[in-house]
Design a protein around this ligand. Structure first.
Ligand code: NDP
Length: 312
């Protein structure tokens, strides 16, 4: 099969250049009238390239009657209508594993920053407040209790990092994971009650929406910290804002937000929350590896019909 690809949204310039050098590819995002373009040319594409942040809905999939394969940049695929793809026998890939280390590093960076107030301390120095007295005492990380929501590829990389901090680790997921040294906790609320830090590393999408509810935040309590590097939708953000504002939660470190890039205004002035602009996988090395995987999945598919990292 000769490849003919439709690129749905914009990707990094280096990846776009490599894609265009490897396959015939047309960029949908540059079309002024997308429905008219798809009506006229939709049947000419047998492959699509998208990303976790853009996805593909059923209307777009329907507009590509000869689509056979989708290669998506990123590991989350809640914006990709997998049911619509399956109905048509279209296969899809994502870019798992190559980003585990960088995402886990940011999770741990947020644990330390939220507990020790490093970002707040940096603002304290820049404001000149040090001249008037010392920064307030903060919370120790070493030998504390780490709860992980979702012990998948990234969750396990986070758990491994905790050993250097001599932390006690437990996790919650629907199914216990075999052959890991960490204890499974069947109740998320019980995990939140037990731990000092609750790190969210679960998949996004409807099945995990607002899993971290007001009740879970209450169980974490005024000495507990919530870290989210997964998806903003997993946390009831309104409840989180109220808990942080009222100091009913010790603190939070957030790389993702429910309505990103919009961040609740109420969080902007709070020193008990660290705010990051969804950067967890954002290193030269990891983004290159993710891009390479987008391309090698397509190369494999068009060579022998097999994807390297198919979405289950
Ligand atoms: P995996 O699929 O390996 O792990 C997902 C984990 O979530 C599994 O342990 C799964 O276990 C658990 N899970 C899924 N649904 C539920 C549920 N309803 N309740 C409890 N647990 C659940 O994914 P990865 O570790 O590779 O990635 C995790 C997520 O991290 C991605 O989906 C993505 O959204 C996010 N991410 C964020 C990045 C960022 O830049 N901030 C970068 C990369 C990823 P079980 O099925 O047994 O419940």
């Amino acid at each position: 099969m000769t490849p003919s690809l439709l690129q749905i949204g914009r990707l990094a310039p280096e990846l776009e250049a490599e894609l265009a050098a490897t396959f015939p590819v047309h960029l949908l995002a540059k079309e002024a009238d997308v429905p008219a373009f798809l009506e006229r040319h939709g049947s000419t594409f047998n492959g699509a390239v998208t990303s976790a942040r853009v996805g593909m809905d059923a209307t777009l999939i329907d507009a590509l009657p000869n689509l056979k394969v989708v290669s998506s940049f990123g590991v989350g695929y809640e914006l990709l209508d997998v049911d619509a793809l399956k109905r048509r026998g279209i296969v899809a890939s994502n870019t798992p594993d190559v980003l585990n280390d960088c995402v886990a590093d940011v999770a741990f960076g947020l644990v330390i920053d939220a507990a020790r107030g490093m970002s707040a301390a940096d603002r304290f120095v820049r404001r000149g407040d040090w001249l008037n007295g010392a920064f307030p005492l903060q919370t120790q990380v070493a030998r504390k209790r780490l709860g992980i929501l979702g012990l998948g590829r990234i969750g396990q990389a986070i758990a491994r990092r905790s050993s250097g901090f001599e932390m006690d680790v437990r996790y919650h997921s629907r199914n216990p994971v075999q052959d890991v040294p960490w204890q499974h906790e069947p109740s998320l609320t019980a995990l939140a009650e037990w731990c000092d830090f609750l790190v969210v590393a679960v998949a996004g999408g409807p099945s995990t929406r607002h899993l971290v509810s007001a009740d879970v935040l209450a169980a974490l309590g005024p000495k507990g910290f919530l870290i989210n590097i997964a998806r903003g939708t997993v946390v009831d953000e309104a409840a989180l804002v109220t808990a942080l504002t009222d100091k009913r939660l010790g603190g939070a470190g957030l790389d993702v937000f429910e309505f990103e890039p919009r961040v609740p205004q109420a969080l902007m002035t709070l020193d008990n929350v660290v705010l990051l602009p969804h950067i967890a996988s954002g290193t030269f090395e990891t983004r290159k590896a993710m891009g390479d995987l987008v391309i090698s999945n397509l190369k494999h598919y068009f060579a022998d019909g097999q994807l390297q990292t198919p979405i289950a």
